[in-house]
Write a protein that binds this ligand. Structure first.
Ligand code: NAD
Length: 506
């Protein structure tokens, strides 16, 4: 046992949200450069204490120490850099120029204001980087945060709080409540202004239903069934290494895991052989040992789900080429990295999220415009991310546009999560809204349109006194607007044509 942590009572949870609400206006009123400074200090402390953070993650979640360092601490460090470097410009009032001549006497501005108190409900698979990236975006934009970490990784959530407080975030501005689903449900029902939820589709649906009843805005970062497509011109050596890492990193417990791998038939045999060989070489064991590449799964329930998907696929005709069994000799939750072929879309292993160390590979054949390959990828309820592997970048980018998912990577997989500028989120069952990047910051603010009229001393002509003459004037004004738009388009067209001629293209 690592620790005993009391569950936050409902009364204490409501008190925490109330304290956050009281503290938030003062935090929001601090100059944004101050908040950016706090985030930079968080980055400095995290950098200094990164090994302590990584060890805390490995001890609780089981992942290899180096993964805790690069996929958790490093991701959070870079998110702090992104938020601190961009918040000032992002929160600066944005001019909204008016095109309608009648509205030219006004100044339009877009203000980005904090929601107030943001609730964050986090999963166990990236227990530091997920709540950290979301919390940093919420805090820098002036919100208070109440975080409920997963019940399986509470210590990591508390470690995040320790670092944020040490950096200068006031205690009531960032708080952690502890417990399982009931605590999450209580946070959802509390007096928060927005919820950022990351977790499974089932829980996400329950959260959306409860949030819908009270019209609470939510971001839902849910599951994935990410596809990898290896085209006939890809490097087998590179793509097979990517497939093995993409399927097994964090023991396959990543929302962006490679869960379905489609390989052009001309490469299929060589590719499968390479994957099996590389998988057999992986070192499985205690993540605290720096030589270890794959740790245990989070709990027995997760392992049982993976095992049942593999067993069902085998019963339906699939073949396990390596793995396909638990490694009880290593401990209770170890499952051997598994490569499975002979799979198809009638099997759960190709349709449901597996969330375990399984690489399922299926061949595909050439088709006009790669239609068959695109159809395979798009044949899923999920749409978080996909990766395409090809020597022809233009072909990869053209195919990417036809794929229904939040992210498509050409010649890489999963690492999009570590790009702080890149929005993260999915379509379909993979969720609603975005975290990370400017779109992630946008989720943390309420837009306010501010309009200031320069002719405050004058009554507007449309403030009653309607008459046939007034109606004719307005009618004439609409003719004028319509003609003006036409002329503007014509002038624009002529300018483009002239520029075209000047560049010597005709
Ligand atoms: P989960 O849905 O079981 O739990 C997620 C969180 O929700 C936990 O903190 C849990 O205590 C809480 N919770 C449970 N019931 C609740 C309820 N009724 N109301 C409110 N909160 C409740 O998910 P998990 O097993 O912790 O995480 C794995 C899942 O998360 C996978 O499906 C994975 O794909 C997904 N995930 C998605 C992303 C993404 O960015 N899209 C990232 C990581 C994980």
């Amino acid at each position: 046992m690592l620790a005993q942590i009391p569950v936050t009572s409902e009364a204490d949870l409501h008190a925490a949200v109330a304290r956050a609400r009281t503290a938030q206006p003062t935090w929001a009123a601090t100059p944004v450069v101050h908040r950016c400074g706090v985030l930079r200090e968080f980055g400095r402390i995290l950098h200094q204490r990164r090994q302590e953070v990584a060890e805390c993650i490995t001890r609780e979640a089981g992942k290899p120490n180096v993964e805790a360092l690069i996929t958790e601490a490093l991701v959070a460090l870079d998110a702090a850099r992104f938020c601190a470097n961009n918040a000032v410009a992002f929160l600066h009032p944005q001019r909204v120029p008016h095109g309608n001549p009648m509205m030219k006497v006004k100044r339009g501005q877009l203000l980005r204001e904090p929601h107030g108190v943001i609730g964050i409900i986090a999963p166990w698979n990236y227990p530091f980087s997920i709540p950290a990236t979301e919390s940093l975006a919420a805090l820098v934009t002036g919100n208070a945060v109440v975080l409920k970490p997963s019940e399986f990784t509470t210590l990591v959530g508390l470690k995040l709080a320790e670092l944020l407080h040490a950096a200068g975030v006031p205690r009531d501005v960032f708080q952690v409540v502890t417990g399982a689903g009931e605590t999450g449900a209580a946070l959802l029902a509390s007096n928060i202004d927005k919820l950022i939820f990351t977790g499974s589709v089932g829980t996400g649906r329950r959260v959306a239903e409860a949030a819908g009843k009270r019209l609470l805005p939510v971001v839902l970062e849910l599951g994935g069934k990410d596809a990898m497509l290896v085209l006939e011109d890809a490097s087998v050596e590179v793509a097979s290494s990517a497939a093995v890492w993409g399927a097994f990193v964090n023991c396959g417990q990543a929302c962006l895991s490679v869960e379905r791998c489609y390989v052009h038939r001309s490469l299929y045999e060589k590719f499968v052989l390479a994957c099996v060989e590389k998988t057999k070489r992986l070192r499985v064991g205690n993540g605290m040992d720096q030589n270890i590449e794959i740790g245990p799964m989070i709990h027995a329930r997760q392992l049982a789900n993976v095992a049942s998907q593999v067993e069902e696929a085998v019963a339906a005709g699939a073949t396990v080429l390596t793995g396909g069994h638990a490694l009880a000799e290593l401990g209770p939750n170890f499952y051997a990295p598994t490569v499975i072929t002979g799979v198809d879309h009638s099997m759960r292993i190709m349709r449901d999220e597996t969330f375990g160390p399984v690489l399922a590979i299926m061949p595909f054949d050439s088709s006009a415009h790669d239609d068959a390959a695109v159809a395979l990828i798009n044949d899923s309820d999920f749409g978080l991310a996909a990766s395409l592997w090809t020597a022809n970048r233009a072909r990869g980018e053209a195919l990417a546009r036809r794929i229904r998912s939040g992210t498509v990577m050409v010649n890489d997989a999963i690492t999009c999560f570590g790009i702080s500028e890149a929005p993260h989120g999915g379509v379909g069952q993979s969720g609603i809204g975005r975290t990370h990047g400017f779109q992630g910051l946008e989720e943390m603010v309420r837009l306010k349109y501010l309009d200031t009229d320069y002719t405050g001393g004058m009554a507007k002509v449309w403030w009653y006194g309607y008459s046939p003459a007034f109606a004719r004037q307005m009618d004439g004004f609409m003719d004028f607007l319509f003609a003006r738009n036409l002329l503007q388009r014509l002038a624009g067209g002529m300018r483009s044509a002239a520029a075209f001629v000047r560049k010597g293209r005709v």
